[in-house]
Design a protein around this ligand. Structure first.
Ligand SMILES: [Zn+2]
Length: 247
């Protein structure tokens, strides 16, 4: 065998075994599901060791500082990707959430089914996370929860543009998406200290859960289900955390 043939044979073995460096991907259910994340990689230990993990079941809340949410969201040309875990829409257009005088820039929103955070034991069939970043790099995740009911108009406009898994991120200059169209009329919310809800489960994320659930139709939920599997991490223990409630 020449050197070239040896290298070619090695490459074929690596390809057949799925690549030497690639480890198993994480999922929400089964062998690589949420209860196994901490064992899959040392860097993911927080997924079981953490004491401020998300999502949670909000079963008590105390009136907190009445920091108003002021949304300065603007429409942007659609940038969208289906990474196999969820469908993400990305923003880089100066859309902001102002929280107690701090401007948080909107990075992306994405979908969860079921909704993740619960309210007094109620599990919602769908949730959305709007991820923001402060100037100092702090992550703030705003949660919208959806009950099954009427057709959701913002989702209706977006669904035809949702890509299948495995395609690269798409930019559709002719499609405008306005993040403000998703928001509930009431800006009342709960607030707690949590984490990323997927590996590496990093803590230090501020969670704002909007109190007023929105609606989504059964047909729309079925369409989303065809794009990605159930993708909500189970609720996590509070470990003494307090949830604050705005008026
Ligand atoms: Zn999320």
């Amino acid at each position: 065998m020449s050197i070239r043939q040896v290298l070619a044979a090695g490459l074929m073995v690596a390809a057949a075994s799925g690549g030497v460096a690639a480890g198993p991907g994480w999922t929400y259910r089964g062998e690589h599901g949420a209860e196994h994340w901490a064992q899959m990689k040392r860097e993911w230990a927080m997924c079981s060791m953490g004491k401020r993990q998300s999502p949670i079941d909000i079963v008590s809340a105390r009136p907190g500082p009445a920091a108003q949410l002021r949304f300065e969201y603007h429409p942007a040309a659609l940038r969208i990707v289906n990474d196999g875990h969820t469908v993400r829409v990305r923003f880089n257009n100066a859309s902001k959430l102002n929280l107690g005088g701090e401007a948080l820039s909107l990075q992306q929103f994405h979908f969860h089914m079921p909704g993740g955070d619960k309210l007094w034991g109620e599990e919602f069939p769908m949730g959305m996370h709007f991820l923001h970043k402060s100037a100092s790099g702090r992550l703030v995740s705003l949660v919208l929860l959806f009950r099954q009911g009427a057709e959701n108009q913002a989702l209706k406009a977006l669904l035809p543009h949702m890509p299948a898994q495995g395609l690269p991120e798409q930019s559709l200059a002719q499609v405008q998406v306005d993040p403000a169209e998703w928001l509930p009329a009431s800006k009342g919310h709960y607030r707690y200290e949590g984490s990323l809800t997927a590996p590496p489960c990093t803590e230090g994320v501020l969670w704002l859960v909007m109190k007023q659930p929105l609606e989504v139709s059964a047909a729309q939920l079925a369409m989303l289900h065809r794009l990605f599997p159930d993708n909500a991490r189970p609720t996590q223990p509070l470990h003494g955390r307090e949830v604050l409630e705005s008026p």
